[in-house]
Unconditional design. Sequence first.
Length: 402
Amino acid sequence: MRVMLVHAQYRQYGGEDAAVAAELAELPRHGFTVSSFIARNVALEAQSQPRAGLHALWSKTVYRDLSQRIAEQRPDLLHVHNLFPALSASVYAAARQQGVALVQSLHNFRLYCANGLFLRDNADCRLCSQTLLPWPALLHRCHPDGLGMSLAAAGQGLMMRRLGIQRGLVDRFLALSGFSRQQFIAAGLPEARIGVKPNFIADPGVEAVMPERRGLLYAGRLSQEKGIDTILALAEALGRSHPDTILTIAGSGPLEATMREAAGRLGNLRLLGRVDAATLSHEMRQAALLLFPSRALEHFPMALHEALAHGLPILAPARGAMADVLARGGGWLLPAEATAADWAAKIAALLAEPAWLAEAGQQARRLYEADFSATRIAEMQRAIYAEAIAAAAARRHQAVPA
């Protein structure tokens, strides 16, 4: 099966970029022939915001270049990840014009939400999914880059819905978890066209489950919605109660300067910045517990998936996909409204019981092997790709005059 991956890389490397890199590496190992069409969002920084916003809505250049690439590579299927803002819904039109099946991954809620999070002022917000036009995104300037990019993001989401759903240019949507799928169904995506397939995580091997572990780890974006204020409060509380327990932070983002200032005054906070896969794997082999205090409705974070693969137990709020995944073992769930003091108390209790941590780590590894291994995910992906190709073939057959 010939697959072309389509993606606009973020200005700051994040989970979606890592997911695409993992697919480029893993799909060929499972018998797929893979090509790519990658744009870089940083390339738009030289343009004015209005021009970049118009590009996000529709790009003749993207349509032309992608059409040419499809004609050269002749993939059976286009698998689209992020389109905003360097690509646009013109990707959908190019796929249809070239007669190839199209799958759209749903890494975030940008189809219905300008910031992609269903979150505003640290509270759940779904106003734009409940209106015909996404005017609340403009009223509240929901995109972090202000009104212009809020308009561009909301407009692209509207264009993707009109072309992908109403005109049927997307053959299958890919949600990362059952929780995520239900959110999109509630927002209006056709249930029959949404499959579930988590991202690939390469198997670090059973030797990743180390018998002796110590310290705490946070791995992810350093931003408000990820609960970084909880991480900082925990570092201060644990510095008093468990001064020898090191909290390691792996990641970058808009709050990185705040974290660096805190690391300079707190002796138990170790800040690595953005790390490569090998370094993250090393840290996950060493840590006793992964902390994931996100306030967002997470689809299936890469950090959780990687922790399962490494046999690293997880502490997370009962929110989003975390509740689905950890309900089967591999860690503990705190109430969604838990305070930093609640987190500190739970961590202290777990650190006092190393056997609990060891057993949860073994559960995490077993869960990865049973449901989330690269082989299992490749099987899911192949089945959904086959459905999309069959749907595209049926559509082309119906379009042929009798």
